[in-house]
Ligand binder design. Structure first.
Ligand code: PA5
Ligand code: NI
Length: 202
């Protein structure tokens, strides 16, 4: 753990992935933290019975949470599936909705699943060398569709914040599942258009 620096600094992230040479905070998200996120709840429970696997990790360079700063870091989504749905991050809107984010894919294969509060959606491929721009207003979730770690550098504005609540309630509009040994984008049966309440059973 390093003190926050107010002088220019450099660090390295290997182009073959892995942890950066410098970071302030290491977050790990295990399967148990993803309760309710995967469509196949039986498969989720069965996998959890086998142990609380780490699904993804984030190495953060922390910066003050103010406009003008640029927190950044490296996210690593491990390979695997819950039922036929690939390992993924929780996903979030930025609390300050009008803030964007940039991702640079270093290693692995996957997609970024995105949507706006109005229900517009987009799924973009991620592979090494690919840069992804997430415009303001778009919630984002990284999904690893390959068989090695999906490693990305990210940068976002300091005042963005994270809003997980909307996604925790009903997930993203689209799911990414394996179908005939290929990734496929399918509708999330739990998702309801803006303004329509979820049935009690969910
Ligand atoms: O800033 C981002 O969007 C990323 O660093 C994510 O926080 C990271 O991928 C982990 O995802 P989540 O915050 O949805 O758990
Ligand atoms: Ni974000």
């Amino acid at each position: 753990m390093l003190e926050m620096q107010d002088c220019p600094f450099t660090f390295s992230v290997s182009l073959s992935g892995g942890r950066p040479t410098q970071y302030d905070h290491h977050i790990t998200r295990a399967l148990s933290a993803m309760h309710g996120q995967y469509a196949d709840q039986q498969a989720y429970a069965a996998l959890l019975d086998q142990g609380d696997k780490v699904i993804y990790e984030v190495y953060e360079i922390k910066r003050p949470e103010v406009a003008g700063e640029l927190p950044h870091g490296v996210s690593i989504v491990h390979p695997g599936k819950v039922g036929n749905e690939y390992f993924m991050t929780k996903g979030h809107f930025h609390a300050e909705l009008e803030t964007a984010e940039v991702y640079y894919c270093l290693q692995g294969t996957g997609v970024m699943v995105m949507e706006t509060p109005e229900g517009e959606w987009s799924v973009q491929d991620l592979r090494p060398g690919q840069v992804l721009y997430v415009p303001p207003r778009w919630a984002h979730r990284s999904v690893n569709t390959g068989d090695e770690d999906l490693v990305m550098l990210y940068v976002y504005p300091g005042h963005s914040g994270h809003n997980y609540a909307a996604i925790e309630r009903q997930g993203f509009r689209k799911l990414v599942v394996e179908h005939n040994s290929q990734p496929a984008i399918v509708d999330n049966p739990r998702w309801r258009p803006p303004g329509q309440d979820l049935p009690e059973s969910f």
